[in-house]
Design a protein around this ligand. Sequence first.
Ligand code: FE2
Length: 511
Amino acid sequence: MDTFKHQKSRSSGDKNTKSRKNPKHFTDVHGLPCIEKIVTSVEDIPEPISTNIIGMIPNWINGNFLRNGPGKFEMGNHRFNHWFDGMALLHQFKISNGEVTYRSRFLSSDSYQTNKEQNRIVMSEFGTLTMPDPCKNFFQRFVSRFELPKPTDNANVSFVTYKGDFYVSTETNIMHKVDPETLEAIQKVDWSKFIAVNGATAHPHTEPDGTVYNMGNSYSSKGAYYNIIKVPPTKVAEEETLEGTTVLCSIPAEDKTKPSYYHSFAMSENYVVFIEQPIKMDLLKIVTGKLTRKSISDGFSWNPKLNTILHLIHKLTGKVSSIKYLAKPISTFHQINAYEEDGFLIIDLCASDDGQAIANYNIQNLRKSGEALDEVFCTHEDLHGEDLHKYGGLEFPQINYSKYNMHPYHYFYGCGFRHLVGDTLLKMDIRRKEMKVWEHPSLYPSEPIFVPCPYATEEDDGIILSVIITPNKDKSTFLLVLDAKTFKELGRAVVPVNIPYGFHGTFSSTA
Ligand SMILES: [Fe+2]
């Protein structure tokens, strides 16, 4: 269930920005002829193939650049309704001594295997509802429509690490542990076997010692709860997965039957910050979806009459701040950074003040002083200049995470979105509100990942990795390597296959 996340936003206060399409239009690839290849199914390539290096890949980069995203958009004659529903295709760019190899593998999830065996879509995904088996009689079909939607294990959103192991994740209770070398799925891991949650986000936060925080919902007769999850940093036994995981605290949803959707959360040195935004999930609609023939995505709605509520949870004690921090209605999917400075808690995020129209993105900076009031209204400032609007807004934010997450920082990187997928790479200097841009017509970059160089002394000493999709050319996708400081190209590794546009990735150093 990974919806709206990279597309749904509008810039606040900019009357010149044009609304983009309704998210439902996003599923209609036929309306996007120029980038249709981005959502065209491909074959996987489980054995590594070599790439053609143009320019120079620095010798100090050694490791696996791992990415995740949908790669198969139909099963038999059935087509998924939503881009986010495509079957997870895992990618590996292995970088070693200036050379790069590429491989990919479909995640052998239950969803993938069952769909493949039956040559049709059997498992419901976020925006795709399976139809009852035509072989079932009327009564069986009627009953099956009352069933709760079975959570998908098609973990197509991100690569994450827990206790030093790699997992692929979506937002349901099922993740898959994956071998980062072969991309093979090793083990299916169910959050609900360890703690009472129905899922967890695909965007956990990691402490320098390896402790991981995440969030997940739980539902009971008392209503919906948001849970803060803490996973220990190391394994006691080799075969361990999420053993020792605890729920740090549970926060009741403001509206018990309509909890807010959240795609990620923020974390500072002392606090987890949960942003309860006015994108609501109507649990009744979702549960009765089979009867009413609605998909899970139909149960989502934006309520601009509601404020955004920011919950501060103390990481050490698990206590939720008694102060109610409010902000105007915003929709946010990805947080950039959060830190404490001079009595302020500063949260930087990609946000919009409209949860319905897809339009330009705005980077907002929510600030709040620690006054002892019961209710405090937070204000924001833009982290960018007017020039961002030329690039349509920004998403897929990334920073020099290992050194600057939870700390004051200068730079973040992201994709500009003038189209439905990223079409520029941006480097934002948030102190000067200036940016650098990498842009080439008809080239569509993925989420930029920052890799620090050895002996780095400055925040942007390192490189940016991004996979560039070339829908107008056949078999010429490439891995782009930019100097993070200058934002100039150092080199590229051209892959002789087509690769669909993906979501999130990570770099695993083997140096
Ligand atoms: Fe995401």
